[in-house]
Design a binder for this molecule. Structure first.
Ligand code: NAP
Length: 291
């Protein structure tokens, strides 16, 4: 009896470690010029998941020698005060990147908040100027999660050029920018969403599938072309409370050529790409390009 084939595991932790080491080198280079990149992380309210995320982002900055400011505000913070705080950070020469942790309380308009961040400091890549730049292939900050997914493809030598990529999910922070990045890399891209009648029809033809839905088992083995590369962005909890993705990992990894695990896949790379965007923002602001 032959053992089932197992897909190559795309190790997000290892790639993130390598990425952070490269950022640390660039931070040290700026230090030689007397500068220290700085990231401001704004948290409004007490969302437990958000508290964990911002803690990680601040710790990541420290790990590469960047300066960071964690700006905590009560749930009741008026929108106008948040916008004023962002404008002050826009003008602060020690801050090169600004991130507002989402979701925001209901009385605050997230779009207004994001658009108040200077595009030059928009290290999350959510500003319309960043999204527009990506759309027309101009330089700009790329949303960290899809940017990390592109790096993961690159890490296994998977060039999207000429390949058929299927993206499941069309959110502004993952699905849409992912589709744009794959298109920019000359893949033929299909975007699926909740109104797609026959998901499997599309995924079965795909060389690359990126799943960003937020529901378990959206992609199962019978929906995958043998040898396809599978990137699982989803973050869910299984029946035992354990973190899992959108992909039926056990089944799909028998059919796929390569696959990202959850945890240890896209998540660590998302965090690493925030550092990459922040060092790029600092290098640009200080006119000291990466060498
Ligand atoms: P979102 O805004 O809720 O978008 C989900 C998308 O999935 C929507 O476009 C939705 O379609 C589509 N969808 C829902 N049910 C579907 C189905 N049955 N078949 C096909 N498409 C379906 O979520 P998001 O912010 O993009 O995040 C997606 C997942 O990624 C979540 O689990 C999130 O936690 C995770 N995430 C992980 C990271 C990381 O670093 N690992 C970062 C960001 C997000 P409609 O547009 O038609 O509603």
């Amino acid at each position: 009896m032959t053992a089932p084939t197992t897909a190559r595991l795309i190790d997000g932790n290892a790639l993130a470690k390598k990425t952070r080491a490269e950022v640390a080198r660039r931070v040290a280079r700026l230090a030689e010029h007397g500068h220290r990149p700085g990231l401001a992380v704004i948290l409004v309210g007490h969302n437990p998941a958000s508290q964990v995320y911002v803690k990680h982002k601040v710790a990541d900055c420290e790990s590469v020698g960047m300066h960071s400011v964690l700006d905590r505000h009560p749930e009741t913070l008026p929108e106008a005060e948040l916008l004023a705080r962002i404008r002050a950070l826009n003008a602060d020469p020690d801050i090169h990147g600004i991130l507002v942790q989402l979701p925001l309380p209901r009385h605050i308009d997230a779009n207004k908040v994001i658009e108040t961040i200077s595009p030059a400091k928009d290290v999350d890549g959510f500003h319309v100027a960043s999204a527009g730049a990506l759309m027309i292939g101009r330089p700009g900050f790329k949303a960290c999660t899809p940017y990390g997914c592109m790096k993961m493809l690159e890490s296994i030598g998977c060039d999207p050029k000429g390949k058929h990529a299927v993206v499941i999910g069309r959110s502004n922070i993952v699905g849409k920018p992912m589709a744009m990045m794959l298109l920019q890399a000359s893949a033929t891209v299909t975007v699926c969403h909740s109104a797609t009648p026959d998901l499997a029809h599309h995924t079965k033809q795909a060389d690359i599938v990126v799943v960003a839905v937020g529901k378990r088992n959206v992609l199962t083995a019978d929906m995958v072309k043998p040898g396809a590369v599978i990137i699982d962005v989803g973050m869910n909890r299984d029946d035992h409370g354990k973190l899992c993705g959108d992909v039926d990992f056990a089944g799909v990894s028998v059919v796929a050529g390569a696959i990202t695990p959850v945890p240890g896949g896209v998540g660590p790379m998302t965090r690493a790409m925030l550092l990459v965007n922040t060092i790029e923002a600092a290098e640009h602001a200080l006119a000291i390009p990466n060498a």
